[in-house]
Design a protein around this ligand. Structure first.
Ligand SMILES: [Ca+2]
Ligand SMILES: [Ca+2]
Length: 584
């Protein structure tokens, strides 16, 4: 009995001694908090994949035949998770946040295998992982293999829901304590489960505000995870890829900032970027976007909040254990993965872009919607013909490799349009597109417009566009102009003003104009880090202290900005269409 009491007493003293440093830190108002942040795990278990050697998504590619249109390393994902968790385990961080798209399709099997992996990690290490859903995770309404909201909350009970202070009944959102002064607010950014778009209903916004009020009353600072973009990550994103952003993003971001949510960690785009904005009331908010964990640049962040600063550090997965990979890799593939995993990941991503552009050919849906053209109409057929020609041209090799008489390279198409393609090591346009995308995805991008990649992209793109306009049938061309309310010259389309030579001339002019007015600003916004601050390793002000005295960035609730960009782009587009008619 005595022995047992002594033992208990010793244990208690030991426990107290261990607790002292932690207690001291927590009780000081400036307790540091270190968290790992990752996004877009897109889990798919190997049992759902065909054996790698049988996967021929990109025929003829010895290294990357098993790629997919997102460039996600699906066959390697388990080994990547293992490496990520090993790094997290070895760190002094207690928490990891995952900003949505835990799985690739929301399938029950994908969720169960990921949750089991995370659970065994937590049990072994005593560390805590918190998750939120992305657009890929809760899709029970569109696929019977996928799960619904209640299942999501049950499956991830150990990763937020069982620890939650409050769970929103209408969405997957919740709040949970981190440590010291910091509290997590995980916000479900999906407009509707089963759809890809992001939006917060009035009810969900009210829930966020209630949580923010409660945090303020409790003296807590909210750290937010959120899947969709809350702010633009490149100039004109709202026009070029507006569906990546939460609807009414300026007002939502402004409200979050005014409610005291200063740091929001997002994913969704698979790129690494940081953007900040200031609300009309002068409150600053950061949208810290992190790349997809399983596609290049395979980034993860370590974030340290102290009372004096918020420090962001960014790293890439640099190696994986090939012993964890499934059977069926060639020695060449294994050797590259072993010797230079980031290079393998980059190559796989570019191959994925090749597949994506091939798949995208002949699907004019989104452009038709933007122009108000209904599916199945003659106008739609005309647009489809342009896009089909365009896709076919983009898919040709850049240079005339076989030296045949046939026009079977972008180089030869360019020659017909009176343009030359400068020499390069690139074989085809998707490879070039992949390179440019990775510049943006990697963050702190500094590519200049007058670089070999952009010069080559510009001439190849222009040539392909001229080619696709010249080669659609005259009657379809006329229908397309009429559908946009443009004046069509009198007379029969065959011959006369619609000769191939005439078309070549005005298509060339129109494409030059279109490129300069519309595409150049979009490309520039994408290859330069268009919004400060920098994207990778930055130190920001702590909670509650906004901006440098004297600096006054534009308020985030300026809706006129969006209207202006839209107006400018539409005007330019129709001006280009008018030029087509004038030159006829
Ligand atoms: Ca930036
Ligand atoms: Ca950037």
């Amino acid at each position: 009995m005595m022995k047992k009491t002594l033992k208990s007493l010793l244990c208690a003293i030991l426990c107290l001694a261990l607790l002292v440093p932690a207690t001291r830190i927590i009780s000081s108002g400036k307790a540091p908090l270190s968290v790992f942040v990752t996004a877009d795990w897109h889990n798919r278990p190997q049992s759902m994949l065909v054996p790698i050697q049988e996967n021929n998504n990109l025929p003829g590619d010895p290294l990357y035949h098993h790629t997919n249109s997102q460039g996600q390393l699906t066959y390697e994902c388990g080994a990547i998770y293992d490496e990520m968790l090993k790094i997290f385990e070895a760190s002094d961080s207690q928490f990891m946040l995952i900003a949505g798209d835990l799985t690739d399709d929301g399938y029950l099997q994908e969720h169960l295998t990921l949750a089991a992996r995370l659970k065994s990690f937590e049990q072994r290490t005593g560390k805590q992982i918190f998750v939120i859903n992305g657009n890929h995770d809760i899709r029970g309404s569109v696929s019977e293999k996928s799960i619904n909201l209640e299942q999501f909350k049950n499956i991830y009970s150990d990763f937020g829901y069982s620890q939650a202070l409050d769970v929103d009944g209408q969405s997957a959102s919740y709040t949970a304590e981190l440590a010291g002064d910091y509290r997590l607010i995980a916000v479900d950014s999906c407009e509707e489960h089963g759809k890809d778009t992001g939006a917060l209903s009035a009810q969900r916004l009210a829930w966020v505000k209630t949580q923010a009020d409660r945090a303020r009353a409790d003296g807590k600072r909210l750290v937010c995870i959120f899947h969709h973009s809350l702010l633009e990550h490149f100039k004109n994103e709202i026009v070029a890829a507006g569906n990546l952003l939460i609807k009414d993003y300026r007002n939502v971001a402004s409200s979050f900032a005014d409610w005291g949510i200063q740091y929001v960690f997002t994913g969704h785009m698979h790129a690494t970027d940081i953007t900040s904005a200031v609300s009309g009331n002068g409150n600053k908010i950061y949208d810290i976007e992190t790349s997809c964990l399983i596609s290049s640049p395979n980034h993860y962040r370590r974030v340290t909040f102290t009372g004096d600063a918020t420090k962001i550090e960014t790293f890439g997965i640099s190696r994986i254990d090939t012993g964890l990979l499934p059977e069926g890799y060639t020695p060449q593939q294994l050797s590259l993965i072993q010797n230079d995993f980031p290079a393998y990941s980059r190559g796989y991503f570019k191959a994925g872009m090749n597949k994506f552009i091939n798949d995208y050919m002949g699907s004019p849906g989104s452009i038709a919607r933007a122009l108000g053209i209904e599916k199945g109409t003659p106008e739609y057929l005309a647009l489809a013909a342009v896009m089909n020609n365009f896709g076919a041209a983009l898919n040709l090799p850049l240079y005339d490799v076989g030296h045949t008489a046939a026009v079977d390279s972008v180089e030869e198409i360019a020659a017909i349009a009176g343009k030359t393609l400068e020499a390069s090591g690139y074989r085809h346009l998707p490879e070039l597109v992949g390179t440019v995308l990775l510049v943006h995805y990697g963050g702190d991008e500094k590519m200049v417009f007058d670089s070999p990649e952009i010069r080559l992209f510009t001439s190849a793109f222009k040539a392909a566009l001229v080619y696709s306009l010249v080669n659609i049938p005259d009657n379809l061309f006329k229908t397309l102009l009429q559908s946009q309310g443009l004046t069509v010259p009198p007379g029969e389309p065959a011959g006369g003003s619609y000769t191939a030579a005439a078309k070549l001339l005005y298509a060339g002019k129109a494409v030059d104009y279109f490129f300069a007015a519309v595409l150049k600003p979009l490309i520039l916004g994408f290859i330069e880090d268009s919004y400060s601050p920098g994207d990778l390793n930055e130190t920001f002000e702590p909670y509650g202290q906004t901006g440098e005295p004297g600096s006054h960035p534009a308020p985030v609730n300026d809706l006129a900005f969006i209207a202006d960009v839209l107006r400018r782009i539409l005007t330019d587009f129709f001006e280009a269409m008018r030029l087509l008619v004038i030159f006829s």
